[in-house]
Each structure stands twice: as C-alpha cells, then as structure tokens.
Write a protein of this length. Structure first.
Length: 136
C-alpha cells in the first residue's frame, strides 16, 4: 500500500488502483467519477484491488464496495465511508478521519456525501450517483 500512497502523492493524482494482477492504474478526475466509471464499465479491475485515494466519502466507498476492493487508503476519509467499508469486510486506513467530506467551496457537505448519507446498501448508492451526474 505504501507504494500506491507514494504514487498518489508524488504524481499529483486523485486515485491509484493496483488491480489483483498487480497492474497499477492512475487516475486524475476529481470526486467519484473515476470510481463510478470503473464500477460500471470495468468492474473486474476493482475486484481484489488495492486503492489509494485523496478523499473517500460514503459514495466512493460504495463504489469500492460494489467493485469488490480488498483494501483502501485515503488521505481524508469520512466516518460513514469507514463504517461502510468495514461493514463489508474491506480493510481501510486513512490520514485523517472526518465527520463528512466537505464540498469544494468549503461551506457545506459534498453533494456525494449528502446523497448517500441515508442509504445503507451500497448497490442503491450507485444509481443515485449516476442520476446526479446526468443533471450536473
């Protein structure tokens, strides 16, 4: 996992995934867009993968859970994300644990954290994320 964290930090990425076959994949989009694309378009890549991410909220954790990720590290992780990952047997570590992920303006909840807040089943969160991106 240290190798992935180093790549994440040193290359200015938002997400690094080491797939089960050992291949390292680098991503740069902000938010959950890359994870959503992986879980919906290339779900095999996440199965058994190790993931290092800048920030993991509950929506990102849902994508990882549905994708079958084995282990996660985030610089910043929300308490709901940590709880969801642990509930599904996924090892998770973080640099900073926060109550919730904040929005980019810094004045409220991240929209993804907001839309997933009251949903316990990660499979139900994915369509909510997709709906959000269709309208935003």
């Amino acid at each position: 996992m240290k190798q992935l964290i180093d790549i994440l930090q040193n290359e200015g990425l938002t997400l690094v995934v080491k797939s089960a076959d050992g291949t390292i994949h680098r991503f740069i989009q902000r938010g959950v867009k890359d994870l959503l694309a992986l879980v919906t378009e290339d779900p095999g890549l996440l199965h058994g993968a190790l993931v290092a991410d800048k920030a993991v909220g509950k929506a990102a954790a849902a994508c990882m859970t549905v994708g079958g990720v084995k282990e996660v590290y985030a610089h910043v992780m929300s308490e709901p994300a940590l709880a969801l990952l642990h509930a599904h047997g996924i090892n998770a570590d973080y640099g900073q644990l926060v109550h919730h992920i904040i929005n980019r303006a810094g004045d409220g909840w991240c929209p993804m954290e907001q839309l997933s807040r009251d949903i316990d089943d990660p499979k139900e969160i994915i369509p909510k994320i997709q709906e959000f991106f269709k309208t935003h």
